[in-house]
Write a protein that binds this ligand. Structure first.
Ligand SMILES: [Zn+2]
Length: 447
């Protein structure tokens, strides 16, 4: 009897195996044609270009003649005419689960952490994720202000196909000095609120614990606030964070604006510095040597902050004055910083830090303002585009998946109407978006 049962089981297993092998479904192939394609590595155009997409991946990309020769007869064709093809854009510094209506970060964090339910925040994140994707951002790194694990849930929902949105790397909660960031609250209730948004730590042991807690809730990377308001992560805490995160093979991105904060992060061997306002040339040099990325978040250069603020409110005299002061400093500091970054040879990426509800713009359109801002601050267009594609992919550790239009990468492809090397603000009006072989938006082909 047992032999008989065994025989039946084996027979069933053989059938299951046969079913597994039997029907190789025919791959879905799409041939995308366009007048130009940007090779982001060289910064040069391929004219009369095409990309062959098989299921969710790029099978071939190059000149139409070459690619067409490899396309099966029954491949469907998307003809984008005079458009320019580029890899899907990557935002290295997103905050999809906030939509601030004030330029005061305390107000925004407080509204989100104490005034919204986690459910509402994730729904807000879903809304922003769809708008980001439709704006051409096919991958984003969410670096905090997501509640305890809202960005993780959003990532999973998008992966499962419940929602339309970019590929997400989620940082969950920021690790921060006690009190978190930009929060001056009633001490009697502060802990409860801060805990929604930050993992507070006061020692190397607590730092290790905080990393492990974030990993437990599904974080892909660790985001640290190195400095805020004269409160700093100590060098010992930073080292502990990096050691614990790297042990788990996740990267560490650090909000650091002061020389002290940047130094602790660079010494500990983090993976990227976010913002980096007061960085010294010596620190840039060390970052280059260690391969640490500089994530440039100069979204509001060239009057863009004023435009946003004025769309929302009539500025009272005091705010007028503050804004003027900010613009005065920014007009000098940002172009100088961009030149120093370019000269240093440090690896750099573009991060929007878009945590606002920008009047009149979708989250994707608002995020794309960073391209014009970087260009106006003196970065050549080809470098701006690299910062949000090939460089960004490397910073995320996703260089074998996204960031270039090369065989084997995910078919994350966008197209713009004009010439983005001549006018990088074309990226504010992306006309065609494909993610993983699925067309998300096609405003080029009139159906
Ligand atoms: Zn940020």
């Amino acid at each position: 009897m047992p032999e008989k049962i065994l025989a039946i089981v084996l027979l069933l297993l053989a059938r299951v195996a046969a079913i597994g092998q039997a029907a190789p479904s025919t791959p879905k192939t799409i041939l995308i044609k366009a007048e130009r394609m940007l090779d982001v590595r060289s910064g040069k155009y391929v004219s009369n270009a095409a990309i062959l997409v098989e299921n969710d991946r790029i099978k071939a990309a190059g000149s139409l003649a070459d690619v067409q020769a490899r396309a099966p007869k029954d491949a469907s064709v998307i003809d984008l005419g005079a458009a320019t093809l580029l890899p899907g854009l990557i935002d290295c510094h997103a905050h999809l689960l906030t939509a601030g209506t004030s330029i005061d970060p305390q107000e925004t964090i407080l509204n989100a952490a104490a005034g919204m339910s986690p459910t509402a925040r994730v729904l807000l994140g879903a809304h922003n994720a769809r708008e980001d994707l439709e704006g051409g951002f096919t991958s984003v790194r969410v670096v905090g202000h997501s509640g305890i694990d809202g960005d993780v849930s959003l990532r999973e929902a998008i992966k499962a196909g419940w929602l339309s949105g970019p590929r997400i790397q989620a940082a969950a909660r920021k690790l921060a000095p006690p009190g978190g960031q930009a929060l001056h609250l009633n001490p009697a209730v502060a802990d409860e609120i801060v805990h929604q948004e930050f993992l507070q730590m006061g020692s190397a042991d607590e730092a290790r614990k905080a990393v492990r807690e974030n990993l437990l809730y599904g974080a892909d990377l660790i985001k640290v606030v190195a400095d805020d308001d004269n409160r700093f992560i100590t060098p010992e805490e930073m080292k502990a964070i990096v050691e614990e995160a790297h042990r788990a093979k996740v990267k560490v991105a650090v909000h650091a604006t002061t020389v002290t904060g940047i130094q602790a992060a660079v010494d500990a061997g983090v993976d990227s510095i976010e913002h980096g306002d007061d960085i010294t040339d010596e620190q840039l040099k060390t970052m280059r040597e260690k391969g640490i990325f500089f994530d440039i978040t100069q979204l509001f250069f060239g009057g863009r902050l004023r435009t946003m603020v004025e769309k929302r409110m009539v500025l009272p005299p005091q705010l007028q004055q503050e804004l003027k002061m900010y613009e005065h400093i920014d007009a000098k500091r940002t172009p100088a910083l961009i030149q120093r970054i370019l000269k240093s040879g440090v690896k750099f990426t573009a991060g929007s830090d878009m945590w606002f509800d920008y009047p009149g713009k979708t989250r994707g359109e608002a995020t794309a303002l960073m391209f014009g801002a970087l260009k106006d601050a003196g970065m050549p267009a080809a470098e701006v585009i690299r910062a949000a594609t090939v460089n960004a992919a490397q910073s995320l550790g996703w260089q074998d998946r996204v960031g270039t239009l090369e065989a084997g990468r995910f078919a994350d492809i966008i197209a713009v109407a004009g010439d983005p090397l001549a006018d990088v603000t074309e990226l504010e009006h992306v006309q065609f978006v494909m993610k993983g072989g699925a067309v998300i938006k096609n405003a080029v082909e009139k159906k």
